[in-house]
Design a protein around this ligand. Structure first.
Ligand SMILES: C[S@@+](CC[C@H](N)C(=O)[O-])C[C@H]1O[C@@H](n2cnc3c(N)ncnc32)[C@H](O)[C@@H]1O
Length: 236
């Protein structure tokens, strides 16, 4: 089944043409996840839209945490399980389910990584090598992001953090404006206009009035937020 492998932050990741090819820049999300894992409550990492599984796997290896990976595509799930085994991770559970059934009853996770399809349907043809089911986000690019936000709202533990991969800062701002009431947008780490990761925090439960929605944290003028992260760019 395995057609190719690619190195990813010290891991060797297998994939083939039926899934999205792992994009080296997404190490931004893995490394940020591992960084946050040092501060969030204990428990497994949840990765939504895992594909071949490299983003969550890298974060879990670095953080030394168990991992639950979810994808609706059986081929992606098989590859994610293969890659976890190849990395000798015995604490990885792969769930082959649509995102709206990702959580078992009552489950809460301290750290959620999500990489939903986020292109608009109109621009999918610009990426002929990418399987449509992996990248097509519907008319406005947010058709799958919205149910993903519901899962984050339901599944993010108190004190927990989610990192959501999106199509640049503009889409991150659109998503920040649509967050369910229990969530708050945090910083964005931005590679370029088409590639970014948005931090989302669980608001503390309080009986008082809701605090105002904070604007997204912006990097200093002329500087990309991702400059904070040491990573090779230019591919993917
Ligand atoms: C943008 S790809 C990300 C894959 C992987 N994280 C990567 O970086 O290559 C989106 C993934 O979401 C899966 N997917 C699409 N719609 C889904 C849904 N409604 N529920 C669960 N998974 C879905 C696809 O099978 C695909 O693997």
């Amino acid at each position: 089944m395995i057609a190719r492998t690619i190195p990813f932050d010290g891991l060797t990741i297998a994939y083939d043409d039926r899934v999205l090819a792992p994009r080296p820049w997404t190490v931004v999300q893995s490394r940020w996840g591992a960084e946050l894992a040092e501060r969030v409550p204990p428990g497994p990492i949840l990765e939504l839209f895992a594909g071949a599984g490299h983003i969550g796997l890298d974060a879990a290896v670095r953080a030394g945490r168990p991992l639950v990976q979810v994808d609706a595509d059986p081929v992606a799930c098989e590859l994610a399980a293969y890659n976890a085994a190849a990395a000798s991770r015995r604490t990885v559970e792969v769930r082959c389910r649509p995102v709206d059934r990702a959580l078992d009853p009552g489950e809460r996770f301290p750290l959620i990584l999500a990489d939903p399809p986020y292109l608009t349907a109109a621009e999918v043809d610009r990426y002929p090598d990418d399987p449509r089911h992996a990248v097509d986000g519907g008319p406005d690019g947010l058709a799958v992001v919205r149910p993903c936000l519901q899962v984050i709202d339901e599944g993010l533990a108190p004190g927990g953090v989610a990192l959501l991969q999106l199509r640049g800062r503009a889409q991150a701002e659109a998503v920040a404006a649509e967050l369910p009431g229990g969530l708050r947008a945090g910083a964005v780490r931005e590679v370029d206009d088409e590639r970014a990761v948005l931090r989302v925090d669980r608001l503390p439960v309080s009986s008082g009035p809701r605090p105002p929605v904070s604007p997204l944290a912006r990097p200093a003028a002329g500087r990309r937020a991702v400059d904070e992260v040491s990573m090779p760019l230019g591919v993917g």
